[in-house]
Each structure stands twice: as C-alpha cells, then as structure tokens.
Design a binder for this molecule. Structure first.
Ligand code: 6PG
Length: 465
C-alpha cells in the first residue's frame, strides 16, 4: 500500500471491482480505506489470512512490493494459505528470471503465477497504466479482464494484452525501462546542447520542448521536460535544474536490460550509453579528480547548434533506440520461446506508460505491415524518417564533439546507424587479429568454409573447417 499499490487498488475499485487490501503495517491499508473508501467497495484485511478469506475463487491477488527478496517473502507467506488454481500476480519491477523461477515453483504447487509489468508512475497506476502481463493463457483469461479495464485506453483499445508466458511480461517491462533511460538521456543531452553551445536559459529550453510537444516528438517525457525546466526553486529563485545535484540514480531495470542484451548478443547501444551515463554522472569523486588533473592544451573551439537540427536529431535518435529495444524483445522472445508479437508492445505503449509517444502509433503500423523486417530501421516509413534526419543527427554529434559537450546516446545511435549502413566493417581486421594471436579462424568473402593462416610459419592458409 505504498503509492503504486494504493493507486492500483483505487483504480480497480473505481472500476466497480470489489477490492480487499492488505499491508504489513495495517495503518497504511486503513488510511487508504479511510481516505478513499467512498471511491469503491474496499475490504480492509488486517492479516494475510483475512485477505485470502475475503476473496472469491479463484483468488486473484496482486502483489505490489519492492522487487527482490520482499517479493519472495510475501509469496512464501501467502502460498500456504492459497488453494489450487488461485492466481498470484506480481506487479512490481521484478527481474524476468526471478519471475520464471517463481512461476515454475508455484506451478508445482498448483498456484498460477503472473509477472505483470506496470508502467505509468503513480498517476498512471490510478488513472490507467500500460500493463504488460506475462502468464499462461488460462491465467490471463481470469486476470486479463480486470487488468484491461484498469489500463489506459486508446480508441477504446486497452493498453494491456497478454505478452507471453512466465517472464515475458517482466522482460518487456525491463526493455520498456531501458528505452525510458535512453529517451530521458536524449532529452538531457538535447537540453545540454541547447544550454551550452546554444546559449539558452532553462526557461527558453522549456519553451522549445513545449513547442516540440506539438510535433512528431509529442510524448509524455518531452511534455514533462518542459515542466521541469520551467520550474524555479522556491528557496533560491534559481532554475530548479541548477539546484539539483547532477548525479542520476537508478533502481536497476536499465542495468538489467544491458546485462541481458549482452547475454543475447543484441546491440542496444542507446540504452547502454544512457545507463552508463547515469553511472558516470554519479561517479562524483572520479569526475572531480579527473577534472582537476586533466590539463587540456586547447579547449574546444565551440560550435553552432541549430534548434531545428536538434528536433530532427532527437526524433531520429528516438527511432533508433526504439528499434534497438524492439530487436531485443524479438531476440529475447526467440531465446525463451515466448512468441511475443512486437506490434502488441508498441500498441500497449501508446498510452499510460512513461515512454508513451505519438511515434508509437506509427511504429505499430510499420511493425504490423512489415512483420518480416529484421529491424524497424528497415521498414519503409522509418528508413525514410531516419535517412531524412541523418544529416541533422550528424551535425548535432559534430557540434557536441566540437564544443566538448558529452552526448553519448546521440553519438552511439549515429555510430550504430553508420555501422548498419556500412558496406564493409573493420570487423575483418578484428577477425585477422584473433586468428593471428589465437588461431581463432575466419571465414572468407569469396568461398565457403573456415580458415586459418599459419602466421608464425610461411603464412599459407589452411582449411580449418
Ligand atoms: C514506469 C517506470 C518505473 C520505474 C521508474 C524508476 O514505467 O512507471 O519505469 O517503473 O521504477 O522509472 O526507475 P529508475 O529508478 O531505474 O530510474
């Protein structure tokens, strides 16, 4: 019954569902019923036994606790009280591997388990989040109707659908959060370029974002960037953004995305750089030591940065980072046999969640029309969108480099597009080096097979296949 749990419970109750609420510290559940009891039909459960006793069968229990050991502790306490067929749904930000483990362990006891990704922050939880459930089909048949009603809606379509079995929902929520990291870092880099080389004040930059929110960049994060940038600190009268310590924190979902992407071998360079940028920002001691030690002979000359280039670059970079995220979902789904439909994701991310954006409607159309395209960047709409904006993206990265403004996500996504477009990559030399020092072998462009060069002998080539 912290804010997310409270708001989700109120959301269910406001939709006419009878909701029993329980919290380890009873006063929190009591205050919910006291303050919002008139919003719906709540039953206060002072113990887990009371909670279990209050529910109709099969019981549908939504657990909203801090992910990790807390979730296991609640499950351990709850499961002995349940009956076969009951459903436990974890709506926290659990690691998908934990969800798979819990699903399998509970299945042995006849208890059905759902790993439910919920995005939208506290307002979303109350007014309609985007919901990403991972569970078996029969579990969804019992649980889905409640979740769908409580979710955000676009044109009467719920922003909630069965993603796939066991860990699929939490996997997708993890990637959503990874994209959230790169979206936010791109907005931050854009701000930095407008402020440094662009010479604008936070309030002016807020106006730029506000205007952009009426364009193809329309999104929740661009909207709230304008709000945060136009806010003035009550104590000092300075721009709020100037009184906040510049060290971005993280609870772990971005890091998990990158770790998992490395295991899958899928390049999510935008998300990775955004996650690393948070780590760099928080590395205060090293930052100040290097700042003092590094005497640079020539400071960067500075560079012009155009607002219109930044608008185009931000759109292109967002597209690339969404493309990378969708690639990761595709590869993860194949690895775990989840059969996730990427078009479902862009559809349920159109509203309710933190990364909601006008762009997601177009992504849904492109993915549906070109199901076999190996990348969003290979679909006609987005290939053209990125190609058109590539010169602007390149000018933005050039300006960042020339002015010494760190723009790791812009730089990474540009390098990724350039790599995908390149006829030849220097990976051939990497293969040569690997073969030289470790006889790791290589393939040739002109015939089938695996080869090794006898580097230490006469440098003749032998068939290694
Ligand atoms: C959401 C958010 C949410 C997440 C916060 C904080 O979709 O509603 O992703 O689930 O917890 O954004 O994440 P960090 O602390 O890692 O930034």
């Amino acid at each position: 019954m912290a804010v997310m749990g409270r708001n989700l419970a109120r959301n269910f109750a406001r939709h006419g569902f009878r909701v029993a609420v329980h919290n380890r510290t009873t006063s929190k559940a009591e205050s919910l019923v006291r303050d919002f009891g008139d919003e719906g039909d709540f039953t206060l459960a002072r113990s887990l036994e009371d909670l279990v006793g209050a529910l109709e069968r099969p019981r549908r229990i939504v657990v909203m606790v801090k992910a990790g050991e807390g979730t296991d502790a609640v499950i351990d306490e709850l499961v002995p009280l349940l009956d076969e067929g009951d459903i436990v749904a974890d709506a926290g930000n659990a690691h998908f591997a934990d969800t798979r483990r819990r699903h399998d362990a509970l299945a042995e006891k006849g208890i059905r388990y759902a790993g439910v990704g919920v995005s939208g922050g506290e307002v979303g939880a109350l007014e309609g989040p985007s919901i990403m459930p991972g569970c078996d089909g029969d579990t969804y048949a019992e649980l889905g109707p409640f979740l769908e009603v409580a979710s955000a809606h676009v044109d009467d379509e719920p922003c909630c659908t069965l993603i796939g079995p066991d860990g699929a929902g939490h996997f997708v929520k993890m990637v959503h959060n990874g994209i959230e990291y790169s979206d936010m870092q791109l907005i931050a880099e854009t701000y930095d370029l407008l402020r440094g080389p662009g010479g604008q004040e936070p309030a002016d930059i807020a106006d730029v974002f506000r205007e952009w929110n009426g364009t193809e960049l329309e999104s929740y994060l661009v909207e709230i960037a304008a709000e945060v940038l136009s806010h003035t600190d009550g104590d000092t009268g300075r721009p709020f953004v100037d009184v906040v310590r510049d060290a971005a924190e993280q609870k772990g979902t971005g890091r998990w995305t990158v770790q998992t992407a490395l295991d899958l071998g899928v390049p999510v360079t935008g998300i990775a750089e955004a996650t690393m940028a948070r780590s760099t920002s928080g590395d205060t001691e090293r930052r100040s030591a290097v700042r003092e030690a590094l005497e640079v002979a020539q400071e960067p000359a500075g560079a012009e940065v155009s607002v219109d280039d930044l608008r185009q670059a931000l759109y292109a970079a967002k597209v690339v980072s969404y493309a990378q995220g969708l690639d990761m979902v595709r590869d993860g789904s194949a690895e775990h046999d989840w059969d996730i439909d990427p078009a479902d994701l862009s559809r349920i991310w159109r509203d309710g969640c933190i990364i909601r954006a006008r762009l997601l409607g177009d992504i849904t159309d492109a993915v549906e029309e070109h199901r076999d395209a190996p990348s969003l960047l290979a679909t006609p709409t987005f290939a053209a969108a990125v190609a058109d904006r590539l010169p602007a993206l390149r000018r933005v990265v050039t300006a960042a480099v020339a002015s010494g403004t760190p723009a790791p996500v812009y730089s990474a996504v540009l390098a990724y597009v350039d790599a995908l477009r390149a006829e030849r990559l220097p990976a051939a030399l990497v293969q040569g080096l690997r073969d030289y020092f470790g006889a790791h072998t290589y393939e040739r462009v002109d015939r089938e097979g695996t080869f090794h060069t006898l580097w230490a002998e006469d440098r003749s080539e032998v068939d290694a296949g």
